[in-house]
Design a protein around this ligand. Structure first.
Ligand code: NAP
Length: 265
């Protein structure tokens, strides 16, 4: 028996960017890996490198998470693999241009990858983990969950969904050995910007974080038990005050009586 193993981490979108760094850091922490993405060549190269450098097991799992049958295969693995102790829902795409300039197929693909897949995998993983009272889910959202004015609303909305999902599920995990965290990166150097046709260093000079810095900070937040981790936000008070204000409003959001300003004269 391998006493150094922390179990297995399944990382979606491990073929590049933030996901590839998560895979590396988790292997260094003692996790075996299941690396999910479409580009099998990239996954194989990473898996081989991590096996050599850490001695951990690293399996590649080619899947297109925009396709229902592939998502079902990944979900089945999450349900059946008793060694699984961590799920990192990292795979994500953005649009090239705004929602009004994209096809219905592109819109549906974004929702499938950014909303449907992490929701389904989160639910299945959390149920399995609760049965064993052990395990964790990390959902890679975005600061745009809090800032729909930046870029376009479909992508930021998908990340707001992931933030809400995480916060909602977290309420059910209090007092258990199961954890969930939403990570909200700001602009981070990766291929996602190339695919969106944006030169991020020119568009956002001095504002772009390195992927390694982002992942190391996010894992520190995970170790501290945070439900929401925002590595680029220097003044944490800003988020805490915002959240406090939001919570204060929550109890006023359902009333029998229509608000005075909407009463028909
Ligand atoms: P990236 O380098 O483009 O990585 C995206 C990953 O998702 C790739 O491994 C890609 O693999 C995978 N993926 C995309 N579509 C997929 C599909 N249909 N099925 C399976 N895997 C798929 O970009 P990244 O910046 O590291 O993105 C990682 C996460 O961070 C995303 O959720 C993104 O929204 C989020 N994020 C990024 C930033 C940023 O500025 N970079 C900021 C906030 C949040 P394949 O192409 O091989 O399938």
């Amino acid at each position: 028996m391998d006493t150094n193993s922390k179990g297995t981490a399944l990382v979606t979108g491990a073929s590049s960017g933030i996901g590839a760094v998560y895979a590396e850091r988790l292997a260094e922490r003692g996790y075996d890996l299941i690396l999910v993405a479409r580009r099998a060549d990239r996954l194989s190269a990473l898996a081989g490198r991590l096996r050599d450098s850490t001695g951990r097991r690293a399996e590649i799992f080619q899947a297109d998470l925009s396709k229902a049958e592939d998502l079902a295969r990944v979900e089945q693995r999450v349900i059946e693999d008793d060694s699984l102790t961590l799920l990192v829902n990292n795979a994500g795409i953005s649009l090239q241009g705004g929602v009004l300039e994209n096809s219905s197929a592109a819109i549906a693909e974004l929702i499938a990858v950014n909303v449907t897949a992490p929701s389904v995998l989160t639910a299945s993983a959390i149920k399995r983990f609760l049965a064993r009272d052990k395990g964790g889910v990390i959902n890679i959202a975005s600061v745009l969950a809090l800032a729909p004015e930046i870029l376009e609303g479909l992508y930021s909305g998908s990340k707001a969904h992931l933030l809400n999902l995480t916060r909602g599920v977290a309420l059910h995990l209090k007092g258990t050995g199961v954890r969930i965290q939403a990570v909200l990166p700001g602009a981070t150097k990766s291929e996602i910007w190339d695919k969106a046709g944006i030169d991020v260093d020119t568009a956002l000079p001095g504002m772009v974080m390195e992927t390694a810095d982002l992942v190391d900070a996010a894992l520190l937040g995970y170790d501290r038990g945070e439900v929401v981790t925002i590595p680029p936000l220097h003044d944490e008070e800003m988020y805490l005050a915002y959240d406090q204000h939001r919570l204060g409003m929550a109890e006023h959001l359902s009333k029998k009586e229509v608000a005075q300003r909407y009463r028909v004269a």
